[in-house]
Design a protein around this ligand. Structure first.
Ligand SMILES: [Zn+2]
Length: 431
């Protein structure tokens, strides 16, 4: 089914067209065939049984949001173990509970995560967790774009790396269009330097991206200083990890030299402001990284350190935090933060034709209802999306050319059933 969205405002994230006040988007198969101003009079304009027409009046079409760092199934632990600093929280609360997880927890936890992400405009997520085969099945079932990484952590690294390589082969062999993978060593303090070297080499052999936490807390800085007398960035450079395409989550505690290292090695930074604030990890120097030419994108992190997967909220918090940190209201404007949540995220995950409403780009897009009390007047659409919207205004979600949500309702997903089963499973987990 092809789709024509007519009579609509469009944030293209394409420098040439910028914002179209009134225009149309034509989608053919899984890509955007045409984007322009005014009415559509092309070959599909007349009676066409294979064309779904969406009236976009009072809506804004924009690229789907790209969540570049999350642990989707951590929805199982939303709100659990509140009020502890990162290391204690992980060791005393999160890791013991995660050890009880089975594939069923991952499946339902990811389903809830996908429901939440889609309903707040996220169409693509970069995941680091366990049982990624289950995550793949859920992503396919929901038709979400997903990048899957099996977390490599601690003593079981060899087996986890093997699973990661097998997952990649499986994805390649079934020619998935919406699912890809990355190798995902957890962090430089939970994986040894020798193992990082092995992962870097394996990554290069198969041209895989690497998804890793970098410089999240001061504790991490101290551990690495004591163990290697290096920073996380120096260690990742020396071990060859940075010779791959890397998405580094957090990057809170970086020295000036570290920022040079990530710039020179084209490391993509996933900024997770709410998680950093909630765990009191610190404030990453995002504006300086952007000024240095680093590709910075946005992630929510898992729901037990956020506590939701709402990228629209994350954009607002992310921009506000940087303004406050630099005591400068001109820093990180609304257009820049939206670019980070769309185009920069797509680039970080290795999708060259994603993140713009532009001819030839993948048809992952959302429609925001502008006829809401919190979105009028509309003097500046970027500002309204970044600072006034809260995610509830997302009413249409299209991924890979397929409509997933229409007028605020999921088309092929039984939301009530998933929520019912998820609540039951969480209750059993805590008993
Ligand atoms: Zn994380």
């Amino acid at each position: 089914m092809d789709i024509l969205i007519k009579d609509t405002m469009i944030i293209t994230m394409d420098e040439e067209k910028d914002v179209i006040d009134r225009g149309y988007v034509l989608i053919k198969d899984n890509y955007i065939k045409e984007v322009s101003y005014g009415e559509y009079y092309g070959e599909y304009a007349g009676q066409n049984e294979n064309l779904e027409v969406i009236n976009g009046k009072d809506y804004c079409v924009m690229p789907g949001l790209v969540n570049t760092h999350t642990h989707a199934a951590m929805t199982m632990l939303r709100g659990y173990g509140e009020g502890l600093p990162l290391m204690r929280w992980l060791k005393e609360k999160i890791w013991p509970m995660e050890s009880k997880f089975t594939g069923k927890h991952i499946k339902l936890g990811t389903e809830i995560a996908c429901l939440e992400m889609l309903s707040t405009g996220t169409t693509c997520f970069n995941n680091m967790y366990f049982y990624e085969n289950e995550v793949m099945e859920v992503a396919k079932e929901f038709n979400m774009r997903a990048v899957l990484g099996i977390a490599i952590i601690g003593d079981s690294w060899e087996q986890q790396l093997k699973q990661g390589l097998e997952l990649r082969k499986k994805i390649e062999s079934c020619k998935e269009t919406t699912v890809t993978s990355m190798l995902a060593p957890h962090s430089p303090y939970t994986v040894s330097k020798e193992v990082l070297k092995v992962i870097a080499e394996e990554g290069k052999k198969i041209n895989s991206g690497i998804h890793i936490h970098i410089g999240e807390t001061e504790d991490e800085v101290n551990i690495l200083k004591e163990q290697y007398n290096s920073t996380a960035c120096e260690l990742l450079l020396e071990s060859g990890v940075f010779e791959n395409r890397v998405v580094g989550a957090h990057c809170v505690h970086l020295t000036d030299d570290d920022i040079k290292i990530i710039r020179d090695n084209k490391v993509n930074v996933a900024y997770n402001p709410q998680s950093n604030m909630k765990l009191a990890s610190g404030v990453p120097r995002i504006v300086e990284m952007l000024d240095a030419g680093v590709n910075v994108c946005i992630g929510t992190d898992g729901t037990s350190s956020n506590n939701n997967l709402n990228m629209i909220e994350e954009m607002e918090t992310g921009a506000l935090l940087q303004k406050l940190w630099y005591k400068d209201a001109t820093k990180l404007d609304s257009k820049e933060i939206i670019k980070m949540a769309t185009l920069n995220g797509a680039k970080a995950l290795g999708f060259s034709k994603l993140g713009k409403i532009k001819e030839g780009f993948l048809a992952d897009l959302i429609m925001i209802n502008l006829n809401k009390p919190n979105l009028v007047p509309n003097y500046n659409i970027y500002s309204n999306i970044a600072f006034s919207a809260n995610g509830n205004e997302v009413e249409y979600v299209i991924v890979d050319g397929k409509i997933i949500m229409k007028k605020g309702e999921f088309l092929n997903i039984d939301k009530e059933k998933i929520i019912y089963e998820f609540k039951k499973l969480c209750k059993n987990l805590m008993q």
